[in-house]
Design a protein around this ligand. Structure first.
Ligand SMILES: Cc1cc2nc3c(=O)[nH]c(=O)nc-3n(C[C@H](O)[C@H](O)[C@H](O)COP(=O)(O)OP(=O)(O)OC[C@H]3O[C@@H](n4cnc5c(N)ncnc54)[C@H](O)[C@@H]3O)c2cc1C
Length: 379
């Protein structure tokens, strides 16, 4: 066992660090204030060739591993979590189900444009009355001749305003419970499909969060993703991978908040000394550094298991849960270390604190992660 990054992973880390500092960090505060989606950043990420980082080169992807994907998410989130979530959802929720369950033709049609960055990937599972209990999906798909007619609504869907197609779940046979839920690839410009983004959020202001309304949207038979009745299982499997992305976001945001704190304590003086001279402050920073390191190792381990083709459900849930709760604590302490200035927007840790909260909610809340882990350990 060794803990070094491979040469390729180290190169990707350096490339993403340089990109994040040069292209993402400078506008992050302004985008948070104006709620402007980082479109120019994504144009540049497409040119950099990383929009399909972990997907096969055959489909325009980068052929990199999941650890590299986690590193990319971490580096973007370290400076701008809105950019981090957009990228993470694009790959781990938008591209992954097509890569995992799509036919060759579907991969040609729908994975390639995601990998080249032509448009963004999105994933429609959550509904107004089916959140943690995603098996309670109410959206329906009814077969009519050689088409599926989909009706219903989805909420809180990341990236859909910038997606030309997205995978979503709908009930095809109510009598079969979760085995009666199927997944479909739906063009967002189909007649009857409305995408709106009117949410007023706590954080991640520059990310795109949408509501989808489907009013008898017709899609051809071949847009069924995977087998009929497998949609729920497919989406849960997709979320296992997505949790690595959320864990990586948590590590990145926490790292950013920790670095800002470390800089601040060296320059801020009280009682005639730098804050860094006070042991109470040193201990806060030591705890931050330690817990970030633990979380990073957990995220990379889950990613490594995935890359080995081994089971990683438990490890991904543990990594997501530990990293997101760690991130919230680190951001809380970062604000504390900055005192009154930490409460002001100028020092950025306030933005990190607001953005971090989503990580304990999205892709399965902390309570749901504990349920997943409990089942995995045989409770
Ligand atoms: C910014 C943002 C982006 C998102 N992006 C997407 C996306 O791209 N695609 C998508 O499909 N969804 C997305 N979501 C939705 C997200 O996954 C859900 O919000 C989340 O799964 C929780 O569902 P809910 O909001 O309905 O909460 P609820 O399920 O109503 O939960 C409310 C509370 O009850 C708790 N709870 C629920 N059931 C149990 C139980 N059995 N035991 C104990 N406690 C329980 C929960 O943990 C939570 O604390 C996004 C959400 C946000 C806020």
């Amino acid at each position: 066992m060794h803990f070094d990054l491979t040469e390729e992973q180290a190169l990707i880390k350096k490339m993403m660090r340089d990109f994040a500092e040069g292209e993402v960090a400078p506008g992050a505060d302004e985008r948070d204030r104006t709620k402007q989606f980082p479109e120019p950043v994504f144009d540049k990420l497409s040119k950099l060739g990383v929009m399909g980082l972990p997907f096969p080169e055959q489909y325009g992807g980068g052929g990199a591993d999941t650890i590299s994907f986690a590193i990319a998410v971490e580096e973007l989130s370290r400076v701008c979590a809105s950019t981090g979530i957009t990228y993470s959802a694009h790959i781990s929720l938008g591209g992954a189900p097509i890569h995992l369950f799509g036919t060759d033709e579907q991969k040609e049609n729908y994975l390639i444009p995601l990998c080249t960055g032509e448009y963004l990937g999105a994933f429609g599972l959550t509904e107004p009355n089916a959140g943690s209990d995603a098996g309670g999906t109410q959206t329906t798909a009814k077969r009519h001749e050689d088409q599926w007619i989909i009706s219903g609504s989805k909420c809180f869907i990341t990236n859909a305003s910038y997606a030309e197609n997205l995978a979503l779940t709908a009930v095809t046979d109510r009598s079969k419970g979760t085995d009666g839920i199927s997944a479909f690839i739906v063009p967002t410009d189909a007649p009857g499909f409305t995408v709106t983004s009117n949410y007023e959020k706590m954080g991640l202001h520059a990310s795109n969060t949408t509501e989808l309304v489907l009013d008898s949207v017709a899609v051809p038979e071949e847009n069924l993703l995977g087998k009929e009745g497998n949609g729920f299982k497919q989406f849960l499997a997709t979320l296992d991978g997505g949790r690595i992305g959320i864990g990586a976001m948590a590590v990145g945001i926490a790292q950013g908040a920790y670095e800002k704190s470390l800089q601040y304590v060296k320059v801020r003086k009280q009682f005639g000394q730098s804050l860094s001279a006070f042991q109470a402050i040193q201990f806060k920073l030591a705890d931050m550094a330690m817990t970030i390191e633990v979380a990073r190792n957990m995220v990379y381990k889950a990613a490594w298991l995935k890359d080995q083709g081994r089971g990683f459900k438990k490890e991904a849930a543990m990594a997501k849960l530990f990293a997101s709760e760690m991130c919230m604590k680190v951001c809380d302490q970062a604000v504390q270390i900055h005192g009154g200035y930490g409460y002001m927007k100028e020092y950025q840790v306030e933005r990190f604190f607001r953005d971090a909260k989503l990580l304990e909610i999205g892709e399965g809340t902390s309570e749901i992660q504990r349920m997943v882990i409990a089942r995995q350990i045989g409770c």
